[in-house]
Write a protein that binds this ligand. Structure first.
Ligand code: GAL
Length: 331
């Protein structure tokens, strides 16, 4: 009952089916039934591979090795999710399915030419989606190499509604985020550079909290709700993966557990969803899905005290995230 479907446009995860508490398998991510939907203005990065640099870069500018680079300002006054026409979510990747004794997957590759969307270097990217045998788990593994120093920050932009796309809001989903700290932002959603504690704030998700419980506190902000980067607590000693977040939906009984090699996660509560119609002709209203985007922190290329996103020639960018599904044990 566990199925992941991927398309070559944007190396996009288009469907993700997993069983609910009654044993019925169903899709848990937003998207469209046709490529035309993904090409339309209604597509808000549903399920795509986001890059070359996901999230925001202040004013679409950065300086690297003494040279200033200018990127598209597509989210006034900032650059968002890699640009406009040739960002990784909009181009067509090559795909090859594979099988080994551990499971099966799809490997997608794309080479973004030097100067594409203003970024330096020929960047070769691989994204593998992998489903192990007999497991309700999807691994997303990224690799990239370049011939000029360049910023890279890749994530998957799936919108989850564990009751299924086109269901009610996610305000009754319960969320836990394994982060003691977050990166506060200005009113254009660019980090101030500070790293602050979630303690005593409405951003504290260290214990499971219903998303709707405190969201109204953020309604009158630029983000219109939750749209924050959390600084994930470190992985256990000697381990590559850290526990990032847990999302639980009582209605379906589905639980999603995310582990990652990344230092941060953007928790976005679907505040800009506008009721557009998607899969099965169902509308996707405001806050009817949640994105949990594992990544390096926003605007890292301009923030000296954040972990670096610069990939150098000869090095390999590597990043992995596991989406593990289970059912509520407590029932
Ligand atoms: C998210 C981002 C939001 C919004 C959304 C796309 O990753 O945090 O601010 O831009 O993508 O609509």
């Amino acid at each position: 009952g566990f199925v992941a479907k991927v398309m070559t446009r944007g190396a996009t995860l288009v469907q993700l089916h997993t069983p609910d508490k009654d044993g019925k398998s169903g899709d848990v991510i937003l998207g469209f039934d046709s490529v035309a939907g993904y090409e339309s203005e209604d597509n808000q990065y549903f399920g795509c591979t986001t890059g070359r640099v996901c999230n925001r870069i202040a004013k679409g500018k950065f300086t690297l090795d003494g040279k200033e680079y200018t990127l598209a300002v597509n989210n006034e006054p900032n650059h968002l999710h890699g640009g406009v026409e040739r960002s990784l979510d909009k181009v067509v990747w090559k795909a090859k399915s594979y099988k080994n004794d551990k499971g099966s997957g799809v490997r997608l590759t794309y080479t973004s030419p030097d100067g594409d969307e203003g970024y330096p270097g020929n960047l070769s990217v691989t994204v593998s989606y992998f489903v192990p045998k007999d497991a309700t788990r999807l691994g997303i593994h990224y690799k990239a190499t370049t011939d000029k120093s360049t910023p890279v920050n890749l994530t998957n932009h799936a919108y989850f509604n564990l009751s299924g796309p086109g269901s009610d809001t996610v305000l009754n989903h319960v969320l836990r985020i394994n982060a003691d700290k977050y990166t506060p932002v200005d009113d254009t959603l660019i980090p101030t550079g500070k790293i602050e504690s979630v303690e005593g704030t409405d951003l504290d998700f260290r214990k499971p909290v219903r998303i709707g419980k405190r969201i109204e506190k953020f309604t009158d902000t630029a983000a219109l709700g939750y749209d924050h980067n959390y600084v994930l607590n470190a992985a256990p000693k000697g381990k590559d993966y850290r526990f990032a977040a847990m999302l639980f939906d009582k209605k379906s009984g589905r639980r999603l557990r995310i582990t990652t090699t990344e230092p941060g996660i953007q928790f976005y509560s679907g505040n800009f969803l506008k009721g557009q119609k998607g899969k099965g002709d169902k509308p996707f209203p405001h806050r009817s899905a949640v994105c949990l985007e594992t990544q390096h922190f926003p605007d890292s290329v301009n923030q000296e005290n954040f972990p670096s996103t610069i990939l150098k020639p000869g090095d390999t960018y590597k990043s992995s995230t596991i989406l593990g599904f289970s059912l509520d044990e407590k029932k």
